[in-house]
Design a protein around this ligand. Structure first.
Ligand SMILES: O=P(O)(O)OC[C@H]1O[C@@H](O)[C@H](O)[C@@H](O)[C@@H]1O
Length: 267
């Protein structure tokens, strides 16, 4: 039986989405942050730092932060936007053909006054998270509910758990495979095909739609040591591959944009 239930993740209220075959995901309402995903085989596929705050005082270090409306420091607003530090609502959930899903929403009226003043636009974000056997499907919808156009960037900043950074091979972002052994931060533009993340005998197949770019990031030893929400050696345990819309897109009043990210485990 598939189930949707409220659980605690650290000190944060969260929703656990479980499919009939045991595949499951946990999403905190803080940030609509996917913090855990296991396929039907029960193996955790996402990294979350042991040093991450889980009390709503700062963005969670790991999982899938929703980046909106600004990417990194490319703008005058909050670094990587406010969506990852705002509290979303569970808007819908359900099941079909063994899959289970939940939809989380954030609208301008949900924002704390300081955030709403800093970005004074009418908007509705919906993040749909679906687990289905060996697959995870994330869809982010951005709607302009205001009277004026606004421009935004967005990303699903996915932290994949890996056995060791040195064993990882990323395919589909450049000619040949990408191998990272320390600090790496690169935006790949115009991603039009599938990507792969190979780690030993396991390959994850990544596909994105709507997001034209992909960011590959790892802080490496030095930057990880400088982050106070990451253990020094943890940089070896993850790689971020982030479907992204980097150049701001202008959305007319009443218009909507959708970006999708699907991941399939091929063990
Ligand atoms: O520490 P933050 O705000 O979560 O950002 C982490 C990283 O996020 C990546 O998306 C950026 O490309 C990096 O430059 C950045 O360091």
């Amino acid at each position: 039986m598939s189930t949707i239930e409220m659980v605690d993740y650290g000190q944060l209220p969260a929703v656990r989405i479980r499919g009939t075959d045991g595949a499951q995901a946990i999403v905190t309402l803080y940030g609509a942050h996917l913090v855990s995903w296991q396929g039907a085989d029960g193996a955790e596929r996402l990294f979350c730092s042991a040093a991450s705050k889980l009390d709503g005082s700062r963005a969670i270090r790991g999982g899938v932060p929703v980046i909106f409306p600004q990417f990194a420091e490319r703008g005058t607003g909050m670094r990587h936007g406010f969506a990852r530090v705002a509290t979303w609502r569970l808007a819908d959930s359900g099941a079909h053909d063994g899959a289970a899903f939940a939809v989380f929403m954030l609208e301008d009226g949900d924002l704390a006054p300081a955030l709403a003043q800093a970005w004074p636009h009418g908007f509705a974000l919906a993040l749909r998270v679906e687990v289905n056997g060996a697959a995870l499907a994330l869809t982010l919808e951005v709607r302009n509910t205001g009277a004026d156009a606004f421009a935004f960037s967005a990303a699903l900043h996915t932290y994949f758990s890996v056995s060791h950074l040195a064993r990882v091979r990323i395919g589909g972002v450049q000619e040949g495979e990408l191998h990272i052994d320390d600090n790496f931060d690169h935006i790949y533009r115009g991603i039009d095909g599938a990507m792969t993340l190979a780690d030993g005998a396991t390959t994850l197949h990544l596909a994105q739609d709507g997001f034209g770019d992909a960011v590959v990031w790892n802080p490496g030893a030095l930057d990880a040591a400088a982050l106070n929400d990451m253990e020094d050696a943890e940089y070896q345990r993850f790689v971020c591959i982030e479907p992204a819309l980097i150049a701001p897109l202008t959305l007319a009043a009443g218009a909507a944009w959708r970006g999708a990210h699907t991941i399939r485990i091929d063990a």
